[in-house]
Design a protein around this ligand. Structure first.
Ligand code: NAD
Length: 524
């Protein structure tokens, strides 16, 4: 499947024209690091290639950062922190709004580049770019109050707390929706008064370069935001170990989170982890089944299924199991897989051949484990990383297809008897990021939501994000929360200041007659 062969409409063709123009202009000369306000090559001069998921052909050369580049970037972030921390909240607000304005202005370019680099369908990347701007606006408006603390009067004292930025922070992001996720971390860090060193994923580095350029254009002072490309085990690792970096905000796989925790131990890094998921969507027979069907299909097959909050396990009450899975299969069979730059496309290619192989391997696993492939389970075309949206039925919760994060457009359906059975199945995984619940019994909805082991639960809805609410997971899905004021808790230190009203009595030492024992005798 080549891009020209599948450009099916004028809009698709216009996206391809823009993509070609951007490849010829911005990608042709390669992607460089952005350190201390300058675009620079790696100190060792090494590069790596990034490829198009459509046909795995060369897309761009990327500077390959190592420990020395991270050291330079951390030094620049440390220096810039000394002044950025003093910049008023009102001024930070202004700059971050300018970043949002520029993201909006360049949203088409961002969406096209993101689609080209990740394989995500353009229809979703347009809203992801808009969400990137929204993230900056949201935290821009909160910058002036980020330092606010509490007044905690006590007998004889006025206590008050203030918040101060923790220092330069490292932001490490994954490849699935890199632009949006990066803004989600970087915007609150800057609003808090921190400076940043960003290490984006090596499989989709393009949009991070664009974001750095936009922030520079918006007037962010030199060194406040730094970007170092490279691999996790070298550039990423060095960032987590660097003594000038005070905290690591990480989004990625659970096992990488464990590595980062170990790597950051010597320098006592504060960590914030948004990790993997195997999120259940539980459908009771009293639910609005038409709406539930829409949401189930959307939450697993949108964004190529490469989405941390995707509902990759559907638990269905046994009386409606056959009918409901039949309908999912019907919808899945109708999903348009193809050219990511075509607005009609619903699923694009998976990001990388290695990830494609991983997802494909679960098709064999499902057969070996005795599940049924009710739909999909095959690649699409002879080249590129395209797979058919897939549904496994007849699965048990102890199978690998029900326990492991596949991170592709692959759904595992499991029947349940009653509420207790559903809750036991839903909780019987190592992950706990999100959960979705479909029922019209309001009492059961509350009871079930309280029992479900997940950081975020939606009742009778797909994932609809409201930025002030806490975002994050429990169990192996993460540590800490983003969103609203929760992000500032991570990027800032809380300091308490106790002022005496002069009325309390301080215990007095050294004013009594000292006992003779232990006293030095004269002449001793
Ligand atoms: P990954 O863990 O392989 O890589 C993520 C980032 O970590 C990359 O930038 C990588 O270079 C870096 N990295 C790898 N090893 C490192 C190390 N030892 N030290 C420092 N950095 C290192 O994840 P991925 O494959 O890019 O992304 C997919 C994963 O991300 C999935 O598990 C998905 O669930 C998760 N994710 C979670 C959320 C969430 O909010 N919970 C959101 C999106 C993605």
């Amino acid at each position: 499947m080549t891009k020209s062969a599948v450009a099916s409409s004028d809009a698709a063709q216009a996206n391809h024209d823009l993509a070609q123009q951007l490849r010829d202009s911005r990608l042709k000369n390669g992607l460089r690091h952005f350190i201390g306000g300058e675009w620079v090559d790696g100190q060792a001069g090494k590069t790596f290639d990034t490829h198009s998921p459509v046909d795995n052909t060369f897309l761009a050369k990327v500077a390959e950062g190592d420990a020395s580049d991270i050291d330079r970037a951390a030094g620049a972030a440390h220096e810039a922190f000394q002044t950025w921390r003093e910049v008023s909240g009102a001024e930070r607000r202004k700059i971050l709004h300018r970043v949002a304005d520029l993201i909006e202005k360049r949203s088409q370019e961002i969406a096209v580049l993101e689609s080209t680099d990740t394989g995500q369908a353009i229809r979703f990347m347009k809203s992801a770019a808009a969400r990137g701007a929204e993230n900056f606006r949201f935290y821009a408006d909160r910058a002036p109050a980020a330092q606010d603390g509490q007044s905690l009067p006590a007998p004889g004292f006025i206590n008050y707390s203030i918040r101060q930025p923790i220092g330069p922070v490292g932001v490490i992001t994954p490849w699935n929706t890199p632009f949006m996720l990066s803004t989600w971390k970087i915007a609150p860090a800057l609003a808090a008064g921190c400076t940043v060193v960003h290490k984006p994923a090596e499989w989709s580095p393009v949009s991070a370069t664009l974001l750095a350029e936009i922030m520079d254009e918006a007037g962010l002072p030199k060194g406040v935001h730094n970007l170092v490309h490279g691999f996790g085990e070298s550039a990423g690792k060095s960032l987590t170990e660097h003594p000038l970096i005070k905290a690591i905000a990480f989004v990625g796989e659970t096992t990488t989170g464990s590595h980062i925790m170990r790597q950051g131990a010597d320098t006592l890094k504060r960590v914030h982890f948004e990790l993997g998921g195997k999120n259940p969507v539980v459908v009771f027979d009293d639910a609005d089944l038409d709406k539930a069907l829409d949401a189930v299909v959307f939450m697993i097959y949108s964004l190529n299924g490469e989405r941390c909050t995707s509902s990759s396990r559907v638990l269905i009450q046994d009386g409606i199991y056959d009918e409901f899975t039949r309908k999912i299969a019907e919808r899945a069979a109708n999903i348009r897989v193809g050219d990511p730059l075509d607005p009609a496309t619903e699923i694009g290619p998976l990001v990388h051949p290695r990830h494609f192989e991983k997802v494909m391997s679960y098709f064999d696993k499902a057969k070996e484990e005795g599940a049924t492939i009710a739909e999909g389970g095959v690649r699409v075309g002879e080249s590129g990383n395209f797979v058919r949206p897939t549904l496994f039925t007849g699965a048990r919760n102890d199978m690998q297809i029900a326990q492991e994060e596949i991170f592709g457009p692959v759904l595992t359906a499991i029947p349940f008897k009653d509420e207790a059975d559903a809750l036991a199945l839903a909780n019987d995984v190592k992950y706990g990021l999100a959960g979705y619940l479909w029922t019209n019994d309001v009492t059961r909805a509350h009871r079930f939501a309280h029992g479900l082991e997940a950081g975020m639960i939606w009742v009778n809805s797909e994932n609809v994000r409201w930025l002030p609410t806490p975002f994050g997971g429990v169990k192996n899905s993460g540590i800490g929360r983003d969103g609203g004021d929760y992000s500032f808790e991570f990027y800032m230190e809380t300091k308490n200041i106790a002022i005496s009203l002069g009325t309390h009595k301080t215990a007095r030492l050294g004013v009594g007659q000292a006992p003779a024992v232990g006293k030095k005798e004269a002449g001793e």
